[in-house]
Design a binder for this molecule. Structure first.
Ligand code: PEP
Length: 251
């Protein structure tokens, strides 16, 4: 039985004081939440959040990492540094990283490997653009994003990975994939992994991301292959994020 997971991606938002307000709002109302909860603040606020969540079930994650161990990579942050700051998770291959910062599937695979080497669970983000969906290429695109990671990590390591399906056309647009559209891709991802290892495929958590909010979360979580959510905009408001966490009960 898979456990639901809800991950908040704060992107490049927040100040020390707004994060204090957001986290206290969240921590005050956790009683109705049975899912795992992860928040991914900007790196400079990881330590602040880590200290706030000490006695709570909330985990903290990074939004990105560099796959090198250390060295002359100005501005970058390694897996070891994230682990040192208490991160249990890290987003890898978010579409904004792929599109705005030119990350390739090979980079993404290297980052997943680096994070696992330090005991951090990578949340591997995959998803197609609107044009790719309209051209009927969704499954080919998803496979082309997954396979290099499977090859680099080996099948067994996939047991320690979370996958997030985020159609690019649904991120930050207010347009959500329909529950059926999302579930079809989740089922395809699970099937692709099942060809390598059925047990891992049945147990891996596959999250949906793309304009998830308090109103649409329940219907998404009602789908068989949707195990949680990766939430951008709505994770910046405690009440909205909590409502999503409370809806995260798997069928
Ligand atoms: C995201 O950034 O991963 C995301 C899904 O954003 P939003 O929820 O705002 O669409």
């Amino acid at each position: 039985m898979r456990k639901a997971l809800v991950v908040g991606n704060w992107k490049m938002n927040g100040t020390q004081s707004s994060i204090d307000v957001l986290m206290h709002g969240l921590m005050a109302q956790l009683a109705g939440c049975s899912s795992g909860i992860v928040v991914c603040p900007p790196n400079v606020y990881l330590d602040q959040v880590r200290k706030l969540i000490e006695q709570t079930p909330i985990s903290v994650g990074g939004q990105n990492l560099d796959w090198h161990d250390k060295g002359a990579f100005t501005g970058e942050v390694s897996a070891e540094m994230l682990a040192d700051l208490g991160c249990d998770f890290v987003l890898v291959g978010h579409s904004e990283r792929r599109t705005l910062f030119g990350e390739t599937n090979e980079d993404v695979a290297m980052k997943c490997k680096a994070s696992l080497s330090k005991g951090i669970i990578p949340i591997l983000c995959v998803g197609e653009t609107q044009a790719q969906r309209e051209a009927g290429e969704t499954e080919d695109v998803i496979a082309s994003q997954l396979v290099p990671v499977f090859d680099k990590l080996g099948t067994e390591a996939m047991a320690s990975v979370v996958i997030a399906y985020e159609p690019v056309w649904a991120i930050g647009t207010g347009i959500t994939a329909s529950p059926q559209q999302a579930n079809d891709v989740h089922a395809f991802i699970r099937h692709t992994l099942a060809e390598k290892d059925l047990n891992i495929a049945n147990n891996i958590q596959i999250l949906y991301g793309g304009s998830v909010n308090a109103d649409n979360a329940g219907e998404l979580f009602g789908m068989q292959d949707i195990d949680g959510a990766l939430v951008g905009g709505a994770s910046l408001d405690a009440a909205s994020f909590l409502a999503i966490c409370q809806a995260a009960v798997l069928v």
